[in-house]
Design a protein around this ligand. Structure first.
Ligand code: NAD
Length: 244
């Protein structure tokens, strides 16, 4: 089989970068689309803002030209926001949905003509445990990830006709620069880290490499019968209720 050509949004940090490095280690050709596409060799960095349709179209076309097509799209770019239903102004709701939901729409739309030409096409969206569990202080973020889960299933259904598989991963709290920023902003970062680790039954944060491995599985031709699936990578957070 020829090497897979992979495009990853938000591919310059955290889960996206770990996924890019894993694919590259498995001989894939990988383009990382990001606001600041500063990525190590052999990854191809392409500047893109998923909130801007023209930027996404140019970036996807550039990636497809340089890679020689697209087999796998990982819609991973995302931003967070803290707050209950009363806390976030309308502009913040729009901003989070612009990146987390409409970003997937724009990137997928631009990539579909290339995916349709692939022998092993797959789309993997980075969703979240927040799509399926009520978390405190995450109203807008959870709503956006709930939309990603529903969109994943809708896309998987529509794209059956093209034999393009669409799946998502639902990570728990993952040790990435994103969580470092959250901890930096906390009054007591050590206590906050312990609380985040403690709410996951495995007793620790998930690693970016563990999420990358799940994304690589879902994207691989070996998972050819897997579509519309949400794969939890959450340390048991969704399904388990151990006694403490
Ligand atoms: P991160 O902040 O380390 O990386 C996110 C990347 O997305 C950054 O490189 C950033 O520049 C890029 N990005 C942001 N806005 C963009 C835009 N408009 N256009 C292009 N790129 C943009 O975060 P991460 O923790 O690796 O998160 C990646 C994904 O995983 C997100 O979708 C997030 O919601 C999801 N997720 C993260 C966690 C977690 O605990 N870290 C848990 C569940 C889901």
């Amino acid at each position: 089989m020829s090497p897979l050509n992979v495009v990853i949004t938000g591919g310059a940090s955290g889960i996206g970068l770990a996924t890019a490095i894993l694919f590259a280690a498995r001989n894939a050709h990988v383009a990382c689309l990001d606001l600041r596409p500063d990525v190590p060799e052999p990854l191809l960095g392409v500047e893109a803002d998923v909130t801007d349709d023209a930027s996404v179209r140019v970036a996807v076309e550039t990636a497809a030209d340089k890679l020689g097509g697209i087999d796998v799209l990982v819609n991973n770019a995302g931003i967070g926001a803290a707050g209950t239903i009363e806390d976030n102004p309308d502009d913040e709701w729009r901003k989070v949905f612009e990146v987390n939901v409409f970003g997937i729409v724009r990137t997928t739309r631009a990539a579909l003509p290339y995916l349709r030409r692939s022998a092993h096409p797959a789309i993997v969206n980075t969703c979240s445990v927040a799509a399926v569990v009520g978390l405190p202080d995450r109203a807008v973020y959870s709503a956006s990830k709930g939309a990603v889960l529903a969109l994943t299933r809708a896309m998987a259904t529509d794209l059956l006709a093209d034999a393009i598989r669409v799946t998502c991963v639902n990570p728990g709290t993952v040790d990435t620069p994103w969580v470092d920023r959250l901890l930096d902003a906390a009054a007591d970062p050590d206590a906050e880290r312990a609380a985040l680790a403690g709410r996951q039954p495995i007793g620790r944060l998930v690693t970016a490499d563990e999420v990358a491995a799940a994304i690589a599985y879902l994207a691989s031709p070996g998972s050819g019968a897997v579509t519309g699936t949400a794969l939890a990578v959450d340390g048991g957070m969704h399904g388990l209720r151990p006694r403490t």
